[in-house]
Design a protein around this ligand. Structure first.
Ligand SMILES: C[S@@+](CC[C@H](N)C(=O)[O-])C[C@H]1O[C@@H](n2cnc3c(N)ncnc32)[C@H](O)[C@@H]1O
Length: 219
C-alpha cells in the first residue's frame, strides 16, 4: 500500500469555484448525479462542461503501466472509465495490454472512443461483474467518492477481490479546513469525502491493500 500521485502529469484544471457555488441548486446537483449528457457535455454548472479526448491521459497511462509493471497479455480494469479515454491510452502505450473499463453511465459508454468499443461494461463499482483475481491491476479515478461510506467499502472490497493488493484509487479529500470549505463550494456529485484519516478507516474496513491518492482542491 502506498500513496502515489499517478495523475501528476495531467495539466492542472482552472476552476471557477465562486461561479460554481453561485450556480449550484438541488435540481442541478440531482441532474449531475445522473451522469448523463448534462454531466459530461452540458454547461459547466452540471459537470465537465464538455468531456473530450485530447490525449492528456497518455502520460498517466505510461505511469500506470510502469507503476504496476504491466506487459502485453496482462489485464487491467478502469472502474469509472467514463468514455474510455484512459482505457484507449493504456492500450496505446502498452500494445497487447488487455484494458477494460466499467461505468454506471450509459451516455458515456454510448459516446466512447472507437478504439475501446466492446471493452467497456455498464455497471456499478459496488458490483463488478468479473471473477475473483481476474485482473493484474484495477484502477478507479475520481469515481468511488460518488458512493456513500457503505458503498465505498463495498466498492473497495470488489476492487480488492478482482486484483488483490494491486490497485489504485484516487478520491476527493482535503488536508485543511480551508481546503474542505473550498471543496464544499465546488462539489456536485461526491457523496463521501473526507480527510485522509477517514479514508484510511474505510480502506481498513474494506481490507483494501492497494495504492491511493487524493484529489484536493486548492486556490
Ligand atoms: C469524475 S468522473 C471520472 C471519470 C474518469 N475516471 C476520469 O478521471 O476522467 C466520475 C465517473 O464515475 C462514474 N460513476 C459514478 N458512480 C459510479 C458507480 N457507482 N459505478 C461506476 N461508475 C460510476 C460516472 O459516470 C463518471 O464517469
Amino acid at each position: 500500500m502506498a500513496e502515489i500521485d499517478l495523475l501528476r502529469s495531467l495539466p492542472k484544471t482552472k476552476r471557477n469555484v465562486q461561479a460554481r457555488a453561485m450556480a449550484k441548486t438541488p435540481e442541478r446537483i440531482a441532474a449531475s448525479r445522473e451522469f448523463g449528457e448534462l454531466y459530461f457535455d452540458g454547461p459547466r454548472e452540471f459537470g465537465y462542461g464538455g468531456y473530450r479526448y485530447d490525449g492528456r491521459w497518455i502520460p498517466v497511462a505510461k505511469d500506470i503501466v510502469r507503476h504496476f509493471g504491466l506487459k502485453s497479455g496482462d489485464r487491467i480494469l478502469d472502474v469509472g472509465c467514463a468514455k474510455g479515454f484512459l482505457v484507449k491510452d493504456l492500450i496505446g502505450v502498452c500494445p497487447g495490454l488487455e484494458a477494460f473499463g466499467l461505468d454506471i453511465s450509459e451516455y458515456a459508454l454510448r459516446h466512447c472512443e472507437k478504439e475501446v468499443v466492446g471493452r467497456l461494461h455498464l455497471g456499478s463499482a459496488t458490483r463488478l461483474p468479473f471473477p475473483d483475481r481476474s485482473f493484474d491491476a484495477v484502477i478507479s479515478i475520481n469515481t468511488i467518492h460518488n458512493l456513500d461510506a457503505e458503498g465505498v467499502v463495498t466498492a473497495l472490497r470488489e476492487i480488492e477481490r478482482l486484483s488483490p493488493g494491486r490497485a489504485f484509487v484516487q478520491v476527493d479529500a482535503y488536508h485543511t479546513e480551508e481546503q474542505r470549505e473550498l471543496f464544499m463550494q465546488w462539489v456536485l456529485t461526491a457523496t463521501y469525502h473526507d480527510y485522509p484519516q477517514g479514508w484510511f478507516d474505510l480502506f481498513r474496513r474494506a481490507g483494501y491493500r492497494g495504492d491511493w491518492y487524493w484529489t484536493v482542491l486548492e486556490e
